[in-house]
Design a protein around this ligand. Sequence first.
Ligand SMILES: Cc1cc2nc3c(=O)[nH]c(=O)nc-3n(C[C@H](O)[C@H](O)[C@H](O)COP(=O)(O)OP(=O)(O)OC[C@H]3O[C@@H](n4cnc5c(N)ncnc54)[C@H](O)[C@@H]3O)c2cc1C
Length: 288
Amino acid sequence: MLDLNSIIKSNEPLSKHCSYKTGGPARFFAEPKNNLELMLIWNFLQEKKLRYLVIGNGTNVLFDDAGFDGLILSLKKLNRFMIIDKNILTAGSGILLDDMVLFSIINNLSGIEHLSGIPGTVGGAIYMNAGAFDTEIKDVLYSVEIFKDGEFTTLKASELSFSYRKSSIKDEIVVSGSFKLNFAKNDPHKIRDDILNKRGEKQPLEYPSCGSVFKRPPGTYAGKLIEECGLKGFSIGGAKVSEKHSNFIINFNNASSKDIKDLISHVKMVVFQKTGIMLEEEVKIIER
Ligand SMILES: Cc1cc2nc3c(=O)[nH]c(=O)nc-3n(C[C@H](O)[C@H](O)[C@H](O)COP(=O)(O)OP(=O)(O)OC[C@H]3O[C@@H](n4cnc5c(N)ncnc54)[C@H](O)[C@@H]3O)c2cc1C
């Protein structure tokens, strides 16, 4: 017999569930391990008329210091399966994207090796249309299993639309994704190793962050603009523009979410004043 109290926690610190390691408590927090638990949580949400937010590995979200006045639905534990049928790889939403990349390579498939090292989940990567080194999730996405309004459905990738770090997914909860890959002709292991090395060299992976804070503006790079505006190393409280990669704002010394948000606003203001370009956040700022 499933007990809701064992699935839904109260006052869970969100700093434990995001890569920035900031944020206050969620009024409710649930981490379903299977579709049945997801359904029960859904019924709870309907009954209590609660606002909710789905998260994966929390690597592209910035929670509020006051927390979240609703239910945070973490799908990280929907990570029970990865299966390959010929060149189609299907993975649960909570599987880490990087684990899926490694699994594909071990099985001699290629197509997603350029996404090595992105720390999100499969669900988060589909929602965000995550990408790196000229590959985006949409390039290989075959179908998506979603949960919406209490029902599970499978959509073909062509029924969704994707653009730079954006998908048409709104109220749908991604439960799993299938990806159409190629039988490897090149050496995906080597590509993966090179990419992981590049990430280590260029990104401040030793500090909590959300990766790139801003989207790439047309024709240039956010990091380049930020650096040219003299903001490299600029800090507010415990948040700092990384010296290693100017589009990363790192939590270098017990930053609050407010420190990070204030620094984001400051960077946007200075870059706009000096270049006329308004940067747009890639990170999802979550209101209480
Ligand atoms: C060091 C570092 C490097 C990074 N490098 C890259 C990079 O190279 N390229 C890149 O694209 N990103 C990068 N990122 C950002 C981040 O990893 C990606 O955006 C990733 O896809 C987010 O996945 P997540 O599971 O952490 O999603 P979360 O941060 O948990 O959520 C992000 C958004 O997706 C939604 N969401 C999450 N899961 C689901 C689901 N199952 N169903 C519906 N909606 C969902 C959430 O509501 C939220 O709006 C980096 C981050 C870090 C910290």
